[in-house]
Design a protein around this ligand. Sequence first.
Ligand SMILES: Nc1ncnc2c1ncn2[C@@H]1O[C@H](COP(=O)(O)OP(=O)(O)OP(=O)(O)O)[C@@H](O)[C@H]1O
Ligand SMILES: CCCCCCCCCCCCC/C=C/[C@@H](O)[C@H](CO)NC(C)=O
Ligand SMILES: [Ca+2]
Length: 543
Amino acid sequence: MERLPGGRRPRLVSSLGLGRRSWEVTLDEERGRLAWRDPRPPRRAGENCFVPISEIISVEETELNKKQRNIGKWQKMTKLHAFTVYYVKKARNHRWRCSDVTFWCVDEHLCNQWIQALKELLEMQKSRPKQLLVYINPYGGKRQGKRIYEQKVAPLFSLASISTDVVITEHANHAKDNLFEVNIYKYDGVVCVGGDGMFSEVMHGLVGRIQKDSGIDQNNPKASLVQCNIRIGIIPAGSTDCICYSTVGISDPVTSALHIIVGDCQPLDVSSVHHNNMFLKYSVSLLGYGFYGDILKDSEKKRWMGPMRYDYSGFKTFLSHHYYEGTIAYQPAKHTLGSPRDKDSCRTGCYICKKSEQQLAEQHKDCGLKHEEGEEEWKVIKGKFLAINAVNMSCACPRSPKGLSPAAHLADGSADLILVRKCSRFDFLRYLVRHTNQDDQFDFPFVDVYRVKSFQFTSKLSEDNESNVMDIGKKRFGQFCRDHPACCCNIVNSTWNCDGETLDSSAIEVRVHCQLMKLFARGIEENCKDEAAYSQNSAEQLL
Ligand SMILES: Nc1ncnc2c1ncn2[C@@H]1O[C@H](COP(=O)(O)OP(=O)(O)OP(=O)(O)O)[C@@H](O)[C@H]1O
Ligand SMILES: CCCCCCCCCCCCC/C=C/[C@@H](O)[C@H](CO)NC(C)=O
Ligand SMILES: [Ca+2]
């Protein structure tokens, strides 16, 4: 379509057949949408429909089948030309489906004009991936990864003309190691089919590779890491699928495939975890010590149980009611606008995350003037904890639809540090139950939550036995030990659950890297009334 005088974007308007009737179909580039409306008087007309061009998956010339051809007596004599538009149909609870509508006309030239105009507009959607590298963990979750990909995802990728290189992993770390070897730069994105653990592996491969190629030493806890612009797509096929659920709003392979196809982009905060100047892991969802660390440790022995292992180990861990003594030092996240007790959650286009993005861009501009983190204020807390959870995002998942910290942000450069102090079993149960209902899980005297940009933890046991985490920690923690010499603490350490992987060290140093990576997602969309307007009146209902 050519530009109109005055730079206005053109409209293509035609009367096209849809089912048995003629509809007024408009391709409105200005408003970025394809719309079709029944031109009959309002009382007799069907409802109007529209699809944003950004949510059209593909357009194809179509041969009308026998049923579709039986659309009117006179048309039987004439050759009909048709095209089908495949588009995203939004259903309830953030679920997306691929729907289609077929338009016909007798004029071959008009039909081709429509196909060409739509294809040109799709070509202009520059954020859409053309080539993807896919890793499938055949053993994640209920071991359905390969079937899910082949039956639900691959046909959609092919419909959208996305070419793929597929690797079915043969062992743990296969995907991660592979990402250090292949030419990642020829891909528009990497897709992982599996759970949080599989995502973590792919993220480590990709983020690690970018640091290596940029000459960044990951072992330096103070290093400014280089942002990874190759997006990761998650096709959920794991046990918890918390990262997918927290960034899309549902754990559903078809929905995730469609977010990849339309080229969504959601930046994500990533925490680096170090011990004694040695890089341990990155975390994007949960870093949990105590309750969640113990669940993970126990559940790893029961992998054969599949996703049920978390319920079994969760119940066992709850009954054991272990608490752990240690010291936490954290730097509050003063740069962010939000607080963990906010009523509003992070949603698509979140202004708090946008603000952090602007701050990050400014920091990159004048990196020389950046504040030294060591100079900023540290707060220290010592105590006996049932759980210490640091979350970079809400950690919503099917088990806990609002998550461990409902107001946490995906891309604000901070984590919510949740400290659950020693309390009775009954109180801890009340706390856990609030993860599953609308009540405020932070409204307990034994629960504290802080928005932080970095923190350190050392257990009482390692304070006593090991050399300390780092010099700054040595001074701070040492001071507390002298102040409170003897206390009756639990004598064993827990382990850290880092996005579903156990860490070897209990003494850790954690730093949040604002928007270090990007996902094929758009955050959780607000449930808006408009949503139903174009989704529920899909053309097939009218045929
Ligand atoms: N072929 C393989 N054989 C064994 N382990 C694998 C293989 N491929 C990947 N893995 C490892 O399996 C671990 C768990 O996988 P994944 O996250 O997909 O499933 P899950 O643990 O059931 O789900 P979730 O992490 O959501 O709880 C990952 O950490 C990954 O490193
Ligand atoms: C008696 C009612 C108890 C209900 C407790 C519900 C709380 C569930 C919250 C789960 C949040 C999980 C956060 C995500 C962690 C993942 O990184 C990890 C790997 O998939 N999963 C687990 C379970 O550690
Ligand atoms: Ca965050």
